[in-house]
Design a protein around this ligand. Structure first.
Ligand code: PLP
Length: 483
């Protein structure tokens, strides 16, 4: 194991030498001062080596293929990072006078507009900090709009069983009741089951489209129509926008409110790499309820903060994760409209390429393999002739082949699920190598299953006790009272 940074501490070693203060000393309140703060004493080279070693033990999209389904682990162009580090963006303070941050506000304004155009909405708020936070904001918007319509008694949110797990969680957080709607055999929402739940208690439907089965909901227009007829709104989970940019727009399909995952569709680092951003877009009817402040432009052309008239309020301190806005803005501008469409086409092509190869080789069942998938596909870790081997074993063995495993055991409605999202930024060689690894692992599963049960063999840490890690988490190892 890597030593803990406190184990490297030796009394008297210093990483920094503080200069003598050149301002008069001011006594601090005694209750804030601690004599026994056990900071490690360690020189700069040891600190640098410690963290570089740790970073090399980590896996990242800059190191290799990362096909984590539903997470869109695409390559983050380094131009994004350069832009986000420009001092005029990176060194701003959120409480600065708007007159001094017009450039940053222009970027936010234009990003609001570009996202609205990409997904077909009237207005966008950039406040929410991540996808699930955008969902919570969206559910609160739908509920506020129902109250404004005199429908405050409505309390049900319908959620298909192919939705992302955050959808029922956000609904529950907002105090509303989740009603699960089953999928049909074809992977679409069971329309009759949906209609049976539509009544005057429904706030709305939350639908993930493309769904977590990697399928485009073929009846989405009809679904929106019947929900609207029952007086409900339709929430679209837009985290999977990577499949449809420039091809179709959720707003045009009838969706009323949607969150974007800037840290998926629009690159920006995520997965241990940085904060998220989950802007929420809405139809004209819901625009007044957006969380704020948002950026508007006044008659003089200046950018100003405004609070939408019936806003659900502020959902984040200050103005959201601004560094993510710069990266997403850069990404959109670098691609342009044609480029974004190409992103989606290539993402769908890459997923279908993997699906076609896996079908051809026949080792892994693909429950909806008769349909084209969208940006991701769901296979099963059920290898004929290797019944004792499970998806977890296959995922761990992939690590030995140098790949980050796909999402596993999700969606819940597919037993032994392997949810694979290659993204558009991978070459054919990488996709081929990944499928070859899966094929080799299927062969090993039949001939030497123990190799899979004990995998990974080459990773810095072996198979973890995930249950214990979840039940008895050790969140901090800061020594109490010093060493
Ligand atoms: C990732 C994801 C979310 C949640 O987004 P976070 O930023 O992780 O909170 C919601 N829905 C879908 C379909 C997703 O893939």
């Amino acid at each position: 194991m890597e030593p803990f940074i406190y184990d490297l501490s030796r009394p008297g070693r210093r990483g920094v030498d503080m200069p003598d203060p050149d301002v008069p000393l001011t006594p601090l309140p005694a209750e804030y001062l601690r004599d026994d703060l056990p900071l490690p004493e360690i020189g700069e080279p040891e600190v640098v080596r410690h963290y570089v070693r740790l970073s090399q033990r980590n896996y990242a999209v800059d190191k290799g293929f990362y096909p984590l389904g539903s997470c869109t682990m695409k390559y983050n162009p380094k131009i994004n990072e350069r832009m986000a580090r420009l001092p005029g963006f990176a060194l701003l303070h959120p409480l600065q006078d708007p007159a001094t941050v017009q450039g940053a506000m222009q970027l936010m304004y234009e990003l609001q507009q570009m996202l609205a155009e990409i997904a077909g909405f009237a207005a966008v708020s950039l406040q929410p900090a991540a996808g699930a936070h955008g969902e919570l904001s969206g559910v609160l918007i739908m509920r506020a709009a129902q109250v404004a319509r005199g429908q405050g008694h409505r309390h049900k949110i319908l959620v298909p069983d192919s939705a992302h797990g955050t959808n029922p969680a956000s609904t529950t957080m907002s105090g509303l009741t989740v009603i699960e709607i089953p999928s049909g055999a074809d992977g679409n929402v069971d329309l009759e089951a949906l209609k049976a739940q539509l009544d005057d208690q429904v706030v709305g439907l939350m639908i993930t489209n493309p769904s977590t089965l990697g399928l485009f909901e073929q009846h989405i227009v009809e679904i929106c129509r019947v929900v609207h007829e029952a007086g409900g709104f339709v929430y679209g989970d837009g985290a999977n926008l990577n499949a449809i940019m420039g091809i179709t727009r959720p707003g045009d399909l009838g969706i009323d409110v949607l969150h974007f995952n800037l840290h998926k569709t629009f690159s920006t680092p995520h997965g241990g790499g940085g904060p998220g951003s989950g802007p929420v877009g809405v139809s004209a009817e819901l625009a007044d309820f957006l969380p704020g402040p948002i950026v508007a432009q006044n008659a003089e052309g200046e950018y100003v903060w405004t609070m939408p008239a019936r806003s659900i309020g502020r959902v984040k301190a200050f103005h959201g994760n601004f560094g993510m806005f710069v990266r997403a803005y850069t990404y959109i501008r670098m691609h342009g409209a044609e480029g974004l469409r190409r992103v989606s086409e290539d993402a769908v092509l890459n997923a279908n390429y993997i699906q076609a190869l896996l079908k051809q080789r026949g080792d892994y069942p693909i429950p909806h393999g008769d349909r084209f998938c969208m940006h991701e596909l769901v296979a099963q870790g059920r290898i004929a002739g290797a019944e004792g081997v499970h998806t977890l074993d296959i995922a761990k063995r992939l690590i030995d082949y140098g790949f980050h495993p796909p999402t596993i055991y999700f969606p819940l409605i597919v037993p032994e699920a392997l949810m694979i999202e290659p993204t558009e930024t991978e070459t054919k060689e990488t996709l081929d190598a990944f499928v070859d690894a899966l094929t080799a692992i299927a062969q090993e599963a039949r001939t030497n299953p123990e190799l899979l049960h004990t995998a990974p063999h080459t990773a810095p840490v072996r198979r973890l006790d995930e249950v214990r890690a979840a039940r008895q988490p050790i969140l901090a190892r800061v020594p109490v009272g010093g060493r």
